[in-house]
Write a protein that binds this ligand. Structure first.
Ligand code: TYD
Length: 425
């Protein structure tokens, strides 16, 4: 346990990768000021120093011009730019694990308070962070910010950051220093400025600060819907969003997801297998699933990953239970030894009417063995899904798949992220 340990983090370059927003805002301000567009090398220099300094030094602006450029930059940054940001992979698990170990976590940054608070809230980090100290005009020295963050009589304390300012500040404030090389500073810069320890990835921060900590469990998410409901696109969009939020995503599918499962998939979808008995079909889907659960899903969730699976048990219940009329309970019975209780934490259902699904399937590529089934089959599948949702409404996020792709993506992202962040407590 890390009960009396304080761990302070720098924000940009340590928890979040913020260059996209910084560059877009700098480009916007420079353009509005009528200056020529800065090249990539100039833009890179904007990360770290105060804005006024950058506009004056790198673009040759006068004090008045730099002040105006800063105003334009900030107007875009505080509305759009601060969200053009992503969490480094592994940060979520690292923060959550340290927090569960009882460490007190803080953020110490040269960024102003407003965007800092918004960014921490946006990514759901506010629950882990008990102290935030930001630069105020004329008061941006890391040493002072670190001292301010720590309560009197604090125990062991660490400053974790990616630049020399973080390490130097930590040394002057008398705390331990941990430099991270995945941000904007080099290992040499960090060592020369007093880093006691170096981490090359967020997971290594955890290995250094709390090697004995057990990884927190991840989550199992599934996406379901009729053929043609747009699952593929939405899974990709959701996977991108989860990545941006710093979740470690394993993308997989059923039938398939493992080498054995993919072979079973070929048998199941092969049009030559028209004579397959319904129960054979149900058992093959269950067999693919049994392998998938054991080989991939459970180990990944235990390591703290988010498994995002295109179809799972609900598909069998809807297609074999409903579509093939084997019955919901019979299909659940067949699948019991396959899943062994490994049910999804959350399931996104893309709700599409079966007649609309048929139209979309006809317009798309050549149908596989399942997609060739007639309309009443798909009507029963749809009904099977609705029965499942009625049985277990809390597990499902139901989204109207007749909306536009963008509307669906925004809704799915918001609902799934909220549920995942809530469950991190
Ligand atoms: P999938 O590759 O998801 O097809 P699509 O992208 O067209 O939705 O799934 C293949 C087919 O397998 C699909 O028609 C649904 C069916 N299926 C079942 O009948 N039972 C199951 O348990 C699963 C997982 C899929």
């Amino acid at each position: 346990m890390l009960k009396d340990t304080w761990i302070l983090f720098d924000l940009d370059g340590t928890l979040t990768q913020s260059e996209e927003g910084i560059w877009n805002c700098a480009k916007h301000a420079v353009k509005e000021m009528g200056f020529p567009e800065p090249d990539a090398a100039t833009l890179r220099k904007f990360i770290g120093p105060p804005l006024m300094y950058s506009f004056r030094t790198f673009l040759g602006m006068t004090d008045e011009q730099a002040e105006e450029a800063q105003r334009i930059y900030r107007a875009r940054y505080t509305t759009v730019g601060m969200y053009e940001n992503r969490v480094y992979p592994g940060i979520r698990t690292m923060l959550r694990t340290l927090w569960k170990q009882g460490a007190k976590l803080g953020v110490v940054t040269g960024k102003p308070a407003y965007p800092t608070g918004k960014i921490l809230e946006y990514f759901g980090f506010d629950r882990f962070i008990s102290k935030v100290v930001c630069a105020t005009d004329g008061h941006a020295e890391k040493e002072h910010l670190i001292r301010e963050a720590l309560p009197e009589g604090h125990g062991e304390a660490w400053m974790v950051g990616d630049r020399c300012f973080d390490m130097e500040g930590g040394v002057k404030a008398g705390v331990h220093t941990l430099g991270v090389t995945y941000g904007y500073g080099s290992e040499q810069e960090l060592l020369e400025s007093g880093a006691e320890k170096i981490a090359h990835t967020p997971v290594q921060i955890l290995d250094i600060l709390c090697p004995e900590a057990k990884r927190e469990r991840g989550a199992f998410l599934t996406v379901e819907g009729l053929d043609g409901s747009g699952k593929g696109t939405q899974i990709e969009r959701l996977s991108d969003a989860l990545d941006r939020w710093g979740f470690d995503v394993v993308h997989t599918r059923e039938p398939g997801g493992t080498p054995i499962g993919e072979k079973i998939r070929e048998i199941l979808l092969d049009k030559a297998n028209a004579g397959m008995a319904d129960v054979t079909e149900a058992l093959l889907y269950a067999a693919s699933r049994a392998q998938h659960v054991r080989e991939k899903i459970l180990p990944a969730v235990a390591e703290g990953k988010i498994v995002l699976c295109d179809r799972f048990l609900d598909s069998s219940v809807a297609y074999q239970g409903g579509g093939r009329q084997l019955g919901i309970d019979e299909v659940l019975r067949i699948n019991a030894p396959a899943v062994e209780g490994a049910m999804p934490d959350l399931t996104v259902y893309l709700d599409l009417d079966h007649t609309e699904s048929l139209k979309r399937r006809c317009a798309a590529s050549e149908p596989d063995r399942m997609e060739m089934e007639n309309e009443s089959f798909h009507a029963r599948v749809e009904d099977g899904y609705h029965q499942l949702i009625a049985r277990d409404p809390d597990r499902f996020v139901v989204v109207d798949a007749a909306k536009t792709r963008d509307e669906i993506a925004v809704e799915v992202q918001e609902k799934v992220l909220n549920r995942l962040m809530e469950s991190e407590a």
